[in-house]
Design a protein around this ligand. Structure first.
Ligand code: MLT
Length: 290
């Protein structure tokens, strides 16, 4: 995705510490396009020597197969999983001058004017797109979908009041909510986030059936040797045990994976369960890329 969005921010935070452990500078290359699948396709075909790794997420390694019938990779087969980097609760956010300031008012507005409302996302199959499609199917709305190269640029337009709302990962929107530059209607998790204590959960705000969290995780090309996978995995685990790194993620509302959630095997299971989870949700919502 474009620089400045949640995936870029998480990649730089964990990459910063991993590079110290590995004694090897980690350069983040932001590759946008096709909901993140352009970058993942390219990285999946890189030399499997451990020198090209990628930050995938619930979109590229969960939703994409349902939306891209000709996807050039299988999330569950074509990678060496390294580990989960951060959980990212989804927040429903609107531009500051949206004519509703709580979820109930928003839903009333959508009933009357849904087709005139614009929803930002980061491309078909991205987290913001798939969680947006899910949201629209739950609230039975059909806003105009506006694609960006990432939710970093989408957030700029939200702050400029030139796009109406989006469902985005907390690590991207928390600072702007705290700064009063955009409005948060609800967070789609069972409990509130410690960094957004005044933002109600969707359930508290009266919306049943919309609880969703995304995640970002590190992958390597499939044929990466096991000892290299272990070296990378150990470096990621050390980053997540580092107090400064943890604080940077927590301050943005990120969720730090537990020790058992950080293993390559746990990530493999997560990918398999997320593909299985998102495929019917997106097909039921009638979403396709082509
Ligand atoms: C980003 O980094 O822009 C986001 O991860 C895009 C998305 O998946 O919504």
């Amino acid at each position: 995705f474009a620089a400045g969005g949640p995936t870029d921010v998480i990649a730089r935070i964990v990459g910063d510490h991993m590079s110290r452990t590995l004694g090897q500078q980690i350069v983040v290359e932001n590759v946008a396009g096709a909901g993140g699948t352009t970058g993942i396709t390219r990285a999946s075909q890189a030399q499997p020597d451990g020198y090209t790794i990628m930050m995938g997420h619930m979109g590229t390694h969960g939703a994409a197969p349902a939306l891209y019938p000709n996807l050039k990779y299988d999330p569950a087969k074509d990678f060496a999983p390294i580990g989960l980097a951060a959980g990212t609760p989804i927040v429903i956010v609107t531009k500051k001058n949206f004519p509703a300031s709580d979820l109930k008012g928003f839903l009333d507005h959508m009933k009357a004017n849904g087709d005139k409302v614009n929803m930002a996302h980061a491309g078909v199959g991205s987290v913001s797109h798939s969680t947006g499609i899910f949201f629209n199917s739950v609230i039975k709305a059909k806003p105009t979908m506006v694609a960006y190269r990432g939710t970093g640029p989408a957030l700029n337009d939200l702050m400029a009041n030139t796009v109406d709302f989006m469902t985005d990962q907390i690590v991207n929107v928390a600072p702007q909510i705290q700064g009063g530059n955009i409005k948060a209607l609800a967070i789609a998790t069972p409990q509130r986030s410690p960094v957004l204590p005044d933002v109600p959960t969707t359930k508290e705000a009266g919306l049943e059936g919309y609880e969703v969290s995304a995640w970002n995780a590190v992958f390597a090309p499939k044929a990466t040797p096991p000892d290299v996978v272990k070296k990378l995995s150990d470096a990621l685990v050390k980053a997540l045990d580092d107090e400064t790194t943890k604080k940077r993620l927590l301050d943005l509302g990120g969720v730090i994976p537990s020790a058992t959630e950080r293993t390559p095997e746990a990530l493999q299971k997560l990918v398999e369960s997320e593909v299985a989870r998102w495929t019917p949700v997106l097909k039921a919502a009638g979403a396709t890329a082509e």
